[in-house]
Write a protein that binds this ligand. Sequence first.
Ligand SMILES: [Zn+2]
Length: 613
Amino acid sequence: MKQIFFLFLLISINLFAQEKNCGSILRLNEYLKTNTEAENTRSKLEKLTADFQFQKKVNTTIPVVVHIVYKNATENISDAQIQSQLNVLNEDFTRSNTDAFNTPTDFLPIVANAQINFCLAMQTPNGKPTNGIIRRHTTEEFFSLLGNKIYYDSLGGSSAWNTEKYLNIWVCKTESGILGWSQFPSGGDPETDGVIIDFEHFGTFGTAKYPYNLGRTATHEIGHWFNLFHLWGDNNCGNDWVNDTPIQEQANFGCKMHPHTSCSNSGDMFMNFMDYTNDACMNSFTEGQKNRIWASISSWRIGLLTSNGCSPATIANSDAGIISIIEPNNLNSNCASPIYPKVVLKNYGTTTLNTVIIKYNINGSNDYYQSWNGSLNNNETDTFLLSGLASTGTTHLLNVSTISPNNNIDINASNDEESIIFSSINGEQVQLSLMTDNYALETSWTLLDENDNTIDSGDSLANNTLYQKLYCLGYSCYKFVINDSYGDGFCCNLGNGNFAIISSIGNIQYAQSVPFTFSDTSYFCIGNTAINEKNTTYKIYPNPTEGNLWVNQEFESDNTPIFARILNSLGQIILSVEIVNNKINLSCLKNGVYQLVIQKEEQEYLHKIIIQK
Ligand SMILES: [Zn+2]
């Protein structure tokens, strides 16, 4: 007799499987078969659940992330359809569902408001803003109940968000006959902990298909996720571990008339969400089920209570940008090297801007970076100079942008950058610094080009005064002449007169003062122009040289030793030798411009030389 009945049950289940099937129990049992430790944990959980008395007085809201894993456009259901499912969950778990009045009167004493709300997640586990919906295209035809592909990006599914902090719901095409399944507390691995719903049984419109078209599949599966069993305990008059639900013989399908009795009860609670009836015919959880739900939330799923997934992401309101470039401008020609951009920074953000990185370049290459520090309130601006950068050619595109305001991500990148096209003179900016002595009226100076045309000059100077002037000098050679009408130079007994000509970029020292009496002339060249030798006391050649430099002393006939000193661009002595056989070996020097000082007794003669190997 027993065997006959068992056979009947199998046939029945097969028949019903055509209508509705939830895979949760099968998946749970498969998992526990090979995971005895999980089974022990579940036993402890059941012990705790049996002792649990619901104390919670306020509602809680559980963050939900919905993974839409679709193969075609139909399966890629709309945001609105997803929201319709969230609405159903919020109604069913707070007993605010409009069909609650359908509950038969004799069950009213046991039905419950489970006091649970759900939200589509507003922030990701990393604190970024989100709408709580992930969409992933897959090549899988469908996802099978006992497979795990749906749970992993790498397998054509979608990887779960932290399952302790979020309810993960995957919506996809499930294997035929299965409406969905979920994972019980301690009923599987953390990465697979969530709920799967077939795309034709999610939400209340769109792809939702009668008779499981009112979102109750998700209500039911989330019930399992909260540790609820089917009312018939998946057994003939089995146990669902809830005291107030009537024992019932088996699953109910379709819609039943109350009372529909079995197992000596006074009526199956076929309208319970944990039965198998049509969506339109179910409407209740019970107090006993609520107690199990909250026992699971208070133990295995306690992480939900501290999840911030339902709170908006609190990103810093950091938004800065360059609003204009004042210099260089497209009205004047600018010295090609260096360019000193003058820019205006604005704080668009509501938080005070204290630091930002300025990135700039010419013609899109060789990025320069400069940090700005200060304090700008919302909508305030600051105008400042950037460090110089070199440019070649005559027309240029300068780009200036901001990065990392207050070390955060800029929430609006579209206002970060400003650009300007400008023209420039082929040349380099140099600075003349001249300090006078106690008798400045004796001093005068002239800056000349290589054809002895005067570029600038100065006299009638004030005592002990620093004069600084900027020039844009083209790529050519120049000389700077300093005179003292009294013939005692301007250094160092009566004051400390001196001068230097230094490039604005790279601090190359092109000329500097040496002791003189009435006059001294310094020669220098800008760019890679060969030096035109102007000093006729000694001829030196070749210049540029690869290493050996010859010094012609044809006007010298005595045997007085002659010395040579080589100075680098900073004026530092890097080589000091006696000139023997008219030759200096400079092969140890790197390529570059140097000063050669030839000294005979008290006389010194300055040359510029270029090492070019
Ligand atoms: Zn189920």
